[in-house]
Design a protein around this ligand. Structure first.
Ligand SMILES: [Zn+2]
Length: 246
């Protein structure tokens, strides 16, 4: 029961309160949208990244003409309606590839020798030709498509690196040897395969199958954050070695 001595708020006051809340929520939403356009770089400084914030077809690729370092395109496999492999624990390949791709991108951003790009930096669907076309437009010095493997037999494990064009062999071999060290997974070798994302690329391009998501032990290691950091660092170390040797 309401104490009749307690004064009720006048109706117009309630209306005012409601209007203020709507304005406040609107401002909070705008700030959230605004902050979403930025990435924190290595120094903690806010930087605008116009390349990443636009849909792939609308991005400014002219930046490649005044680049200062090696242009690296990191492609997180799958995305959006295409989940890729289904891991032993139910994890989806598209989330794994994005997590690892972001780590590689962040490390490359810290090094002035590299100009890194990502084909996607969120859960977006891109077809395979869009990915390789983006790499071609940017005249990438290296294109890396990141994947997790899948097989019907959960005991199958190991790391594989693929190339299509012969110009990509040195890149594939250098990254693969670093990857094997970092994962500790069985070495399934560097192989040639006409994966569509590689066939469409005119640039040195490789596809990394870091490990088998269908193998429970391997999947657990692939999803481990600290191990992902090590794998990302290995990919970057491989890129450094590759360009030093050129
Ligand atoms: Zn895949």
């Amino acid at each position: 029961m309401i104490d009749p001595n307690i004064r009720q708020r006048p109706a117009y006051r309630k209306g005012l309160w409601f209007r203020n809340m709507v304005i406040l929520l609107g401002v909070v939403a705008l700030i959230a949208i605004f902050l979403n356009q930025f990435d924190l770089n290595s120094t903690g400084r806010l930087v605008v990244d116009p390349v990443l914030s636009a849909p792939i077809g609308e991005r400014d690729v002219t930046v490649a003409s005044h680049k200062s370092g090696h242009t690296i395109v990191i492609d997180a496999g799958h995305g959006g309606k295409d989940p890729g492999a289904n891991g032993a624990s139910g994890a989806e390949e598209k989330d794994y590839t994005l997590a690892l791709a972001k780590k590689v991108y962040a490390l490359l951003q810290q090094d002035p020798k590299f100009d890194p790009y990502m084909t996607r930096n969120d859960d977006t669907f891109l077809d395979l030709d869009e990915r390789s076309a983006y790499s071609n437009q940017l005249e990438a010095d290296a294109f890396l498509s990141i994947h997790g493997n899948t097989y019907t037999n959960p005991n199958i494990s190991g790391t594989e690196t693929y190339y299509d064009s012969l110009i990509s062999i040195p890149l594939a071999e250098t990254i693969h040897s670093k990857l094997i060290e970092a994962t500790g997974f069985p070495d399934r070798g560097v192989k040639q395969e006409q994966w569509r994302v590689l066939v469409g690329s005119e640039r040195p391009s490789i596809l990394l199958e870091v490990g088998f998501m269908t193998n429970p032990q391997e999947e657990a290691k692939m999803l481990d954050n600290a191990r992902q950091d090590r794998v990302a660092q290995a990919i970057v170390d491989g890129l450094k070695q590759y360009f030093e040797g050129k």
